[in-house]
Design a protein around this ligand. Sequence first.
Ligand code: LLP
Length: 446
Amino acid sequence: MSAAGPPEGARPLRREDVRGAASAPSAEEAWRSAFELRDGELYAEGVPLATIAERYGTPCYVYSRAALEGAWRSLDAALAGVPHLLCYAMKANANLAVLDVFARLGSGFDIVSGGELARVVAAGGDPGRTVFSGVGKSAAEMRQALDAGILCFNVESAAELERLDAVARERGRVAPVSFRVNPDVDPKTHPYISTGLKESKFGIAYGDALPLYRRARAMPGIAIRGIDIHIGSQITDLAPYREAARKVLDLVDRLAGEGIRLEHVDLGGGLGIRYRDETPLPVDEYAAMLRGLFEGRAEKLVLEPGRWLVADAGVLLTRVEYLKPGPAKHFAIVDAAMNDLLRPALYDAWHGVDPVRPRAGPGSRWEIVGPVCESADFLAHDRVLDLEPGDLLAIRTAGAYAMAMSSNYNARPRAAEVMVDGDRAHLVRRRETASELHAAESTLAR
Ligand code: LLP
């Protein structure tokens, strides 16, 4: 640690960091303290992270059940009085144990593939509370979802609508649909995760929506149920949400004027969180805006939150293999890499890095890098830490889009995943073995 006090990146999030927190944590904030220092070492709920590393090895993702439940419950409670359904966007983290935690709370799910639908079913989730997003649904995925009885297909183009109508008729079914409309609103976030601008591949152009609803009304394989948008991810500003929601509700009213009444309005996901120094939108402000918009309306509100529900509920636990001080930069080579956590390499994303057992020394500036053969293989730049080989580090806010985006690049087995529940740690995905990685391959017959 630096002599001048702990550097930003080496300090666990404390309660007072959460905007608006008073000395006593509110119910909403209590769950944010799932990973805290106790007697000089980092814990996940009641379990020392060092114990988890010992037992299951590193790299290892560690999730807190209390944090997952706390996040879901606080969003649900903030929307009390507004008829709503939370459909967890499981692309953020699709581990079965995570899905099970949400399913037990009565959550719905937002899926983007047949594989994700299979996971909902395997985890005991309810297909009847599942919406199917995505621009490229295959006919096979449509059949699978029709047979499972999902709540709704979020249709993104006229071509998809035609295919769905045909597939449903062939199957002797009627497909429930919502149209994902592109409201052409700038969410002011990273360009890779902006999805609601007219240049984007997502959704149906705002002006094309009404004619498409009219066409859909005449299709025997289609039942119109709703409308949806998703303007982007890691949004910290209320204004784009409000603007997009107003545009959508305006369409809903115009549809009603033509006798097309929708059952639900799905405003997508996108709620941002704090990775470093962002000021996330307080959930109560977001909920108050929604309450204002939906007061007196007949349609049910559907949301598709991903990151906000899971990001703070996970850390990536990694061990320092080597220290390699250099003439220009000092490298701390750890056993996690870009294949485990791609966000820094792909988006230049910032994740906090906390020592599991912090020392009081002044520390040095380290590049935290992995063993993969790419210069983009970094987890963090320029962090002041007092490190020794063998030290354990916790990479923060790694519950969302972390394990979910991992790969086997460099033939690296994917990390283990552990969920802590109070004083107990459960292995919820064992580490892959090297032979599993090539088990599905074969060489040419000789
Ligand atoms: N609904 C739809 C249709 C989506 O495409 C997404 C995310 C969500 C909901 C959930 O958004 P969230 O609440 O998580 O912001 N890999 C990127 C994020 C990609 C988001 C893709 N779509 C990252 O690591 O930042």
